[in-house]
Design a protein around this ligand. Structure first.
Ligand code: ATP
Ligand code: MG
Length: 424
């Protein structure tokens, strides 16, 4: 026997038995965002590595150690996308969607990060996201938050809490950076290796560290929130006011800085305590500077992304979704010559009733084994075609979910009667 080739560590097959949960999430999402007037965009999974270096930031975990990058034969260094925002901005600039325009966009796609695999943390995962362009106010940030809140409600998910913070303007962050640096230099001995490296390049990132040994020092650090300029303070106050007015609960988390470089002003996360360490289900904020950073005209941008796998885990744990039956009708055909006629009848049924889900038995087998499959399919009736029915041009209907006697029909009557029979 040859060796079996296994799936790559941290990557997953999503099997048929799990698909109903995925569909529930993806279908509700699409319905929701379309109701809010958002349009879908799809971008390639491969991009030039430079796109992520320039947007996510050189000194971030993603760019330093988590990307799947390789040299293309053509000479470009390419990467599997670790997130969706950079690609959406690139596509928006490249296709002229962002100049003097407002856009409300959404996407659904696979992302790749070479992280340490854990429950809720994988190397290929899937994100649903929304990105908006051309709207500088706190009102669009509030809309994004309302949209996510409505999504949890639609899915029946509980125990997801909203945390918000502001990173202020670039000027505010520059002033704060010096204050933070002074503090961190006083606590050099408490910094881990990653943080020491980030001290000069990106000290704000240190606050995002998940190292438990550093949490006390991080807690006590001076906070950006206490050093906001007037514009930053007003923007944040406006968001809070809209959320309050709409009864949207939130916590201000002054330590929320987000792991990516491109945010400014509002940042937010939706967090649950039900997923252990992987508690963030959705994250986003304002990233006005990114469009210009990627070569577009200066403009406003805000958005969020959520991990589908974490929602799947929550739905499974809270037992919110039941699989739907696979078929309405299961076609049983016993005897060598019955298959041709059976398939023809099934195709005629499909022509006449496109919404009817018809599973046609394939691969032969006894009457008994076929009926077992019919039962397992969840179908309401089995259509039975044996040699004797074939000769008489009839078909038998067996009720799988009701105590009713079997019914024999002329094949020619089947099209007219089947709907009534199923719905009886
Ligand atoms: P975390 O703090 O959990 O690492 P993050 O801040 O890196 O998350 P983002 O880059 O903002 O996450 O991505 C948005 C969402 O995508 C996260 O809130 C999470 O639900 C999901 N996500 C991120 N990384 C992974 C992963 N490796 N596996 C599964 N889902 C992920
Ligand atoms: Mg992360």
């Amino acid at each position: 026997m040859v060796d079996q080739i296994k799936v790559i560590r941290g990557m997953h097959d999503i099997l048929p038995a799990q698909m109903h949960v995925w569909h529930q999430i993806e279908d509700s999402w699409r319905h929701l965002v379309e109701n809010y007037g958002y349009q879908q965009i799809r971008t390639p999974v491969l991009e030039k590595t430079a796109l992520f270096r320039r947007s996510i930031g050189e000194v971030t975990d993603i760019v330093e150690k988590e990307m799947y990058s390789f040299d293309d034969i053509g000479g470009d260094n390419l990467s599997l996308r670790p997130e969706g925002t950079a690609s959406v901005v690139r596509a928006g600039i490249e296709n002229g969607l962002l100049v003097n325009q407002q856009q409300k966009l959404w996407y659904n796609g696979s992302m790749f990060r070479r992280e340490r695999p854990q429950k809720g943390r994988y190397r290929q995962f899937h994100q649903l996201g929304a990105e908006t362009f051309g709207m500088p106010g706190a009102d669009i940030e509030a809309e994004l938050i309302f949209m996510a809140a409505r999504f949890w409600k639609k899915l029946g998910l509980q125990h997801i809490e909203l945390q918000i913070n502001t990173l202020g303007t670039a000027e505010t962050r520059l002033v704060y950076k010096e204050i933070l640096l002074a503090y961190l230099r006083e606590h050099l001995s408490e910094l881990d290796e990653d943080s020491l490296r980030r001290l000069e390049t990106n000290p704000l990132r240190i606050l995002d560290s998940k190292n438990p040994d550093m949490q006390g020092m991080i807690e006590a650090a001076p906070q950006l929130m206490d050093h906001l300029d007037q514009q930053s303070a007003e923007h944040f106050a406006e968001l809070c006011e809209i959320l309050d007015y709409n009864g949207q609960a939130y916590q201000v988390n002054k330590r929320l800085v987000r792991g990516l470089d491109y945010y400014s002003h509002t940042v937010f996360e939706w967090v649950t305590s039900t997923l252990g360490a992987q508690g963030t289900v959705c994250a986003g904020g304002r990233y006005d500077s990114l469009v210009e950073q990627l070569g577009g005209k200066p403009g406003s941008a805000a958005g969020f992304a959520m991990g589908i796998e974490r929602l799947v885990l929550m739905l499974e744990e809270q037992a919110k979704v039941q699989p739907a039956p696979q078929a309405d009708v299961y076609f049983v055909m016993v005897g060598e010559n019955t298959v041709k006629t059976g398939q023809k009848l099934a195709e005629q049924l499909r022509d006449a009733l496109p919404d009817l889900r018809i599973s046609v038995h394939s691969g032969g087998g006894s009457f008994k084994s076929q009926l077992k499959k019919a039962d397992k399919s969840g179908a309401v009736i089995a259509l039975i075609l044996g040699e004797s029915e074939l000769q008489k041009s009839t078909i038998n209907i067996k009720f799988l979910r009701q105590e009713k006697p079997q019914l024999e029909l002329e094949q020619a009557q089947l099209l007219d009667k089947i709907s009534a029979i199923i719905n009886e």
